[in-house]
Write a protein that binds this ligand. Structure first.
Ligand code: KIV
Length: 264
């Protein structure tokens, strides 16, 4: 398996080849996901929920993401490694530079930030200084206490219009990847077709350039609620390695998500 870089991802989008991304938080699972062909591993701040047992991602710190990034880096070198910037660690461009540096030094190759137009200057600041950025629009879990729950975003025409404008502005600022979480499939398709950089969907239909799932949801072992857009692949295959292989293969062949995993 060749090393995935930002150039690889762009080539995959240009060639219509789907991108398989999965979260990981430690070396052993990272190694398994690399062996099964994952293109990208994300050290998500979802670790607050699935590793720490919190009710949302707000309590997660930069030092914790850096620690898990170091663990994942030790287990896998081929997939592109993205580290999530936690709540309030990129509230200003100065904070973003300092905290992104800590994640990069822990082994990240790209950092992910949640938010729209207010982040444009920060994304420009980071990318101009050589840090690759993944933007994240739609349901942004760090804002869940303000949003009033884990709800689909972009259903209203005005919201959808704003999300398309945000995606274009973030791309223009230098973002090289965009996660779209819990947005209507038609909107995710429109955004994917309107920008040049690859999009990765989670609860965003089948027409994004790739998919991401939280590893604990793939194994059906998450604490608390399991979102309807995710799928327990372990149930289907009975083994962890084949569950991940099936997830990667289904993403690549555009067989996941199926209609039952697409939110309306
Ligand atoms: O934190 C995370 O795992 C994420 C994914 C759900 C995209 O942001």
């Amino acid at each position: 398996m060749a090393k995935t870089t930002t150039a690889t991802l762009q080539k995959m989008k240009n060639n219509g080849e789907k991108i398989a991304m999965i979260t990981a938080y430690d070396a052993s699972f990272a190694q398994l996901f690399e062996q099964q062909g994952a293109d990208i591993i994300l050290v998500g701040d979802s670790l607050g929920m699935v590793v720490q047992g919190q009710t949302d991602t707000v309590p997660v710190t930069n030092a914790e993401v850096a620690y898990h990034t170091r663990c994942v880096r030790a287990g896998a070198s081929k997939p592109l490694l993205i580290a999530d910037m936690p709540f309030m660690t990129y509230a200003t461009a100065d904070d973003a530079m300092k905290n992104a540096a800590q994640l990069m030094q822990a082994g990240a190759e790209m950092v992910k930030v949640e938010g729209g137009d207010w982040l444009v200057d920060t994304v420009r600041t980071l990318t101009k200084r050589g840090i690759a950025v993944c933007a994240h629009l739609g349901l942004t879990p760090q804002s869940v206490r303000k949003l009033g729950g884990f709800k689909m975003q972009g259903k209203q025409a005005e919201e959808a219009k704003q999300m398309i404008a945000d995606a274009k502005a973030l791309e223009d600022a230098g973002a090289q990847l965009l996660v779209l979480e819990c947005v209507p499939a038609e909107l995710a398709k429109e955004i994917t077709q309107s920008i040049r950089i690859p999009t990765i969907g989670i609860g965003a239909g089948r027409d994004t350039d790739g998919q991401v799932l939280v590893m604990h949801d793939i194994f059906g072992i998450s604490t608390g609620y399991i979102p309807r857009f995710s799928k327990n692949f372990l149930n289907e295959t009975g083994r962890m390695d084949t569950a991940i292989a099936k997830y990667v293969q289904d993403v690549k062949m555009n067989k996941f998500p199926t209609d039952e995993h697409i939110l309306a």
